[in-house]
Design a protein around this ligand. Structure first.
Ligand code: FAD
Ligand code: UDP
Length: 375
């Protein structure tokens, strides 16, 4: 490798690394070398056009949603947007009903008098519009509410979570299933965030615009441990924190996914962006990419997700596994990081070992820039 000199080495070209590279290059006028061991930028949000001409997300369907005006305004400097509100159905006993489970799901599955009675009970207990995590609902004192909670737990959460994480919902941090709470509402959207939108030309185009700056040099197919020719003053690392410290405190578990891309010889294959299959098949969900891209094409591309354990060197670590014993192990790595006295800054879904959405990864990168880089 030829010699490269920079003020900052940034390891990982996902949302976290790209945001920090852009900020340092444009706001501090400092030189950045951005390395990624993959052959492309974008991290898990990378997208490209497939043989059907469909814009596909190679590492899982990515829907942008945020309540943060700051993050939305920041990303808006690199992309136009296409309004898109994601809708998901969940397959229960041969029927497909809205997810997160809501009042429309209730009325689709239960006879009218029973559904009306349950609706009254839920609205009276929690209030119209409330969002109730399933693990909370299971603890409700009223036996009718508990019975419905048990039904939802078994038909929506248990099988899906077991496939996705290899663990039951109660063996994970409650925030995991709390991402998809029961919604006492007729609103069928998967998210209720203020901004729900997709980059009009895709994520990869957004990343290209973020990184187009003379102060940023990108080196791909490059693991930072093999980047011997790069001289730098400080480092930002967005990869797995346990790997950085050579697993001295043992491995942090991650979940991985195998993505199968299928072509449907029809314009549209399913009734909404994603269908979840908690209790059927080995996969968890099927997403029809054209809902996300808004394209009009005669064929359609589907992505099917088969969760699996992460095995080093064999597949990618996509999801940190939020539960107490892992958080304790992560804290031990955090102490190693603190001992480096700021010479290495860490941020991102893998380095922070946190289940961030894209907007949270960008928000975290902006905060790190303000507090640990520029300050
Ligand atoms: P990453 O995107 O993981 O980037 C880290 C980069 O670091 C990778 O490119 C990796 O190759 C590189 N790297 C690691 N170690 C090294 C090393 N030693 N040397 C060089 N390079 C290295 N978020 C949403 O908001 N909406 C969604 O719908 C959504 N769907 C998702 C679906 C799936 C299946 C997955 C896995 C995630 C989804 N996310 C979604 C989350 C989103 O992907 C993350 O929030 C975001 O990509 C995090 O960005 P990051 O830069 O922290 O990490
Ligand atoms: N979940 C579930 N059934 C569903 C949808 C979600 O059990 O139909 C649980 C499951 O544990 C999942 C978590 O809720 O991993 C978070 O779901 P989300 O759709 O936010 O997952 P992501 O898009 O991040 O993979």
């Amino acid at each position: 490798m030829r010699c490269v000199n920079a003020d900052w080495l940034i390891v990982g070209a996902g949302f976290t690394g790209c945001t920090l590279a852009e900020r340092i290059a444009t706001q501090l006028n400092r030189k950045v070398v951005l390395v990624d061991r993959r052959p492309r930028v974008g991290g898990n949000a990378y997208d490209e056009y497939d043989d059907n001409g469909v814009l596909v997300h190679r590492f899982g369907p990515h829907i942008f949603h945020t309540n943060s005006t700051k993050v939305f305004d920041y990303l808006s400097t690199f992309t136009e947007w296409r309004a898109y509100e994601h809708r998901v159905q969940v397959a229960i006993g041969g029927r497909k009903v809205p997810a997160p489970f809501n009042l429309n799901s209730l009325h689709s599955l239960f006879p009218a008098p029973e559904a009306a009675e349950m609706e009254g009970l839920l609205a009276g207990t929690y209030g119209e519009g409330a969002k109730v995590p399933i693990l909370k609902m299971r603890e409700h004192p009223h036996p009718r509410v508990r019975k419905l909670a048990e039904f939802i737990y078994e038909n929506v959460f248990y099988g899906y979570t077991l496939k996705q994480w290899g663990l039951a919902p109660e063996d994970l941090d409650p925030s995991v299933t709390g991402r998809v709470p029961v919604h006492i509402s007729r609103d069928d959207r998967y998210f209720q965030d203020r901004f729900q939108t997709m980059p009009a030309a895709g994520y990869s185009a957004l990343f290209q615009r973020m990184l187009r700056h003379p102060n940023i040099e990108i080196v791909l197919n490059c693991d930072h441990r093999a980047a011997h020719g790069i001289r730098f003053r400080r480092m930002i690392y967005t990869g797995p924190i346990d790997e950085f410290f050579d697993y001295v405190h043992g491995e942090l578990p991650y979940r991985s996914i195998r993505f199968d891309f299928l072509t449907a010889q029809e314009e549209w294959h399913q009734g909404c962006g994603t269908v979840n299959y908690p209790n059927d098949y080995e996969y968890t969900r099927i997403t029809e990419q054209k809902y996300l891209s808004g394209q009009s094409l005669p064929k359609s591309t589907l992505v099917v997700e088969y969760p699996e354990a992460h095995v080093r060197g064999r597949n990618e670590p996509y999801y940190p596994v939020p539960r107490e014993e892992n958080r304790n192990r992560y804290e031990r790595y955090l102490r190693e990081l603190r001992a480096l006295n700021g010479s290495v800054v860490m941020a991102g879904r893998l380095a922070d070992y946190k289940y961030y959405n894209m907007d949270q990864a960008v928000a975290r990168a902006m905060k790190v820039f303000e507090e640990e880089v520029a300050g």
